[in-house]
Design a protein around this ligand. Structure first.
Ligand SMILES: [Zn+2]
Length: 296
């Protein structure tokens, strides 16, 4: 007797495997995820996915290991949908309800996606005319326990843009302008021959003056940088306040939002999955204490 699969369970599980295979087809494994050794051998297939065995530590792994979604028990169709929701900036509650996952899972997944985005949101170089603006964002301690700090300072967020799609937006410092962190986070990307166009901040103007030397020229204002403060403020409002410790990650999504009008979810999803962006849940809070210490 042929069993009828009324709920399409079988079909769904096949789709999951197919998506997984397709996504990871072009992923290149460079080293053992456990011990970083480059000596490993092919070690059969599991669910149609190539496995490897490390000759140094003896651990087995696959092309899926250490990617954004490694070890997740959920279906890959759910991850694709979820990535789409994050890019559409749906609320966690919405994601949880639609995908039938818990709010906690939704929270961690959003961090995974943002972490992946943050990973490759930095342009290679900023050249030509480089437009720079800043925005001060009041510190936000949402979700933090044992907060004893009474005074809220501002976080300096700086945006630098050249051409159509080369843009970087990073939190630079807390409370005061801090030139060394500006140099470390943004200035190193700016080409020596580039012309810096500052927007209404005296520190950025000083940077421009030093960089441009004696050069002056008429440059058409960049629409995005010109209204950067307003755009970012509006954009952040939708999240009802972003905890400062997570700000940098959200800004990676903000960059996508302001540069690419049409987003190809599958492409972004693939890109996220192909990198070695795996973020252990236990490392999420740790990761963020590290990123906040960069801010302090
Ligand atoms: Zn190994």
């Amino acid at each position: 007797m042929i069993k009828t699969d009324t709920n399409f369970n079988l079909l769904n599980s096949h789709i999951t495997t197919l998506i997984k295979k397709d996504i990871y087809l072009n992923r290149i494994i460079e080293k053992c995820p456990t011990c970083d050794s480059k000596h490993y051998i092919k070690y059969g297939f599991f669910n149609g996915i190539q496995r490897y065995k490390c000759k140094e530590c003896g651990k087995t792994f696959s092309i899926v290991s250490n990617s954004l979604w490694s070890y997740s028990k959920k279906e890959s169709t759910q991850w694709v949908k979820f990535t789409e929701y994050v890019l559409e900036r749906k609320s966690l509650r919405f994601c949880a309800e639609k995908l039938e996952i818990s709010l906690v899972t939704a929270f961690y997944w959003r961090h995974k996606v943002l972490h992946g985005l943050n990973y490759d949101s930095v342009p290679e170089k900023l050249s030509g005319d480089v437009h720079i603006a800043k925005k001060l964002i009041p510190e936000n301690f949402k979700g933090s326990k044992n907060i004893t700090i009474q005074v809220r300072h501002n976080i300096w967020v700086v945006a630098a843009k050249s051409g159509e799609n080369s843009i970087i937006v990073k939190p630079i410092s807390r409370c005061h302008w801090h030139l060394p962190s500006f140099n470390k986070k943004i200035y190193y990307l700016i080409d020596e021959k580039a012309y810096i166009v500052p927007y209404g901040d005296r520190y950025i103007s000083l940077v421009a003056k030093a960089h441009n030397k004696k050069r002056t020229k008429e440059v058409q204002k960049d629409k995005i940088i010109w209204s950067f403060q307003i755009i970012l403020e509006k954009w952040l409002k939708k999240y009802h306040g972003v905890a400062s410790k997570y700000l940098e990650k959200y800004l990676a999504l903000f960059i996508l939002y302001i540069t690419k009008k049409e987003m190809n979810y599958i492409e972004i999803f693939k890109k996220l999955s192909l990198g070695s962006n795996f973020l252990k849940i236990m490392n999420i809070s740790m990761f963020n204490t590290q990123s906040i210490s960069i801010l302090l």
